[in-house]
Design a protein around this ligand. Structure first.
Ligand code: ZN
Length: 439
């Protein structure tokens, strides 16, 4: 049994930080929390981990990433020039130059590198979505092996789509089905039944994916209205809004995680709120593709479950928190929206709930011992009223000292245990070079 002794303990984003409190971990879960002296007296034989000058808080949940995205960082632009809108981002750049050129070795190199980067950034749980027609079948088996080695809590899926033809479409659904079966009783690995969008998947195909999810007892996932394109497409081809279409198909419910949700009609908002659809928000990647800014404070007010994600873009999760903290203040011209506590709650428990995980995202007894130890050597005093804001606005991943997932240390003293980050960087760089050189 281990007792971690920080200056401050933040059990959950909606709780007041507790000065001079320790946390006791037993197996994979939190056993108890309480004042230092009390726990030390009750458990004199426990190992004590000194975290003076630090805060212990729940690990981050990256509710939406594409780990292979790292391979596209700095990729030469398409010969006809860079993307001009969201559709051209996909059709002229992301599909032909990245996803259609990926193979299993590239995805494995990116996953290995991404796991190390996530742990260093305080992320203990993530959901990865891979679209790589050339890596089917087998990509999820290969990824699962890498994630198991790193000891992260990881949900994996293939973004099933019909855009690359019927054979790939079938392989993708089968890949998700096989992975969901294989990871059913796994302690840390899971998955979602995932398809891409309404403009790359037919109603019949989405129905089949949903049917398989139901049989497997799995959650479902899709990208939704990342820019203006899909909403417009749905209005023209389906005669309704995107979420109204999903509602008619019978898939808009609490089992569905709809990622992005940037451009929403009032009808979309109604379906999200009334059907209990979950949402993940990627503030920085939405800026990158020029998609707009998702109405996240409004969704939270509607009672929608929202998590935060990197989208495989900027991997330091503190930067994503900062994005969520800032962009909505600018959009709404209101410094009071998206306060630090709300942002931290989306980055922890909100993400876990968006992914359908239970007892993850808070450090209460019986909840997963997924936590991070963050340095508090700040230029101004830390106090109960400002600790969360100090974390969200003025910390980044170099301040993460230790990370524990399911009761096991994965980062100690800033070093990712059992990982040679230099070798992993070399492998991912070689994979990127190979991707960029593909015809
Ligand atoms: Zn995405």
């Amino acid at each position: 049994m281990t007792i971690i002794r920080p200056d401050w303990l933040l059990v959950a984003a909606d709780q007041a930080p507790r000065r001079g409190w320790s946390i006791r971990v037993d197996g994979g879960v939190v056993d108890t929390t309480g004042p230092h002296v009390e726990l030390a007296a009750r458990y004199p034989d426990d190992e004590i981990v000194d975290a003076a000058g630090h805060v212990v808080l729940p690990g981050f949940v990256d509710a939406h990433t594409h780990l292979y995205g790292v391979l596209a960082h700095g990729i030469p632009p398409p010969s006809g020039g860079g993307p001009t809108d969201f559709w051209s981002f996909l059709a002229d750049y992301w599909w032909p130059l990245v996803e259609d050129a990926l193979d299993i070795d590239m995805v494995v190199a990116a996953t290995d590198h991404g796991c190390g980067e996530m742990l260093r950034s305080g992320i203990t749980t993530f959901y990865d979505i891979v679209e790589a027609p050339g890596a089917l079948p087998g990509v999820l088996d290969a990824q699962r092996e890498v994630v198991e080695r790193h000891g992260l809590r990881g949900l994996l899926s293939v973004e099933a789509t019909e855009r690359a033809g019927p054979e790939v479409a079938r392989l993708a659904l089968d890949e998700n089905t096989r992975h969901l079966r294989a990871s059913r009783d796994h302690e840390l690995i899971g998955g979602l039944m995932c398809w891409h969008t309404t403009f790359t998947c037919s109603a019949t195909y989405i129905r089949e994916a949903a049917e398989r999810a139901r049989e497997l007892g799995a959650s479902m996932h899709c990208h939704l209205n990342e820019g203006e394109h899909e909403g417009r497409w749905a209005a023209e081809h389906l005669g309704c809004s995107t979420l109204e279409f999903y509602d008619r198909l019978g898939v808009a419910g609490p089992e569905l995680l709809a990622s992005q949700c940037v451009q929403l009609t009032p009808a979309d908002r109604t379906v999200l709120a009334e059907r209990g659809v979950r949402v993940s928000h990627m503030p920085l990647a939405n800026c990158e593709v020029g998609g707009g800014i998702a109405p996240v404070p409004e969704l939270v007010d509607d009672g929608v479950t929202v998590g935060l994600g990197t989208d495989g873009y900027i991997q330091d999760f503190f930067e994503v928190l900062r994005g969520a903290f800032l962009v909505h203040k600018a959009r709404r011209r209101d410094p009071a929206v998206m306060d630090a506590r709300l942002v931290l709650s989306l980055a922890t428990e909100g993400g876990a709930r968006a992914l359908g995980l239970e007892r993850v995202g808070r450090l209460e007894p019986g909840w997963a011992a997924d936590l991070q130890v963050v340095d508090l050597d700040l230029p101004t005093p830390v106090d109960e009223h400002n600790l969360t804001e100090q974390l969200v606005v003025w910390r980044n991943r170099r301040h993460v000292r230790d990370v524990m997932v399911a009761g096991r240390w994965r980062v100690r003293g800033g070093e990712v245990i059992g990982t040679d980050l230099t070798a992993s960087r070399q492998r991912v760089r070689a994979a990127a070079r190979r991707l960029w050189e593909r015809p």
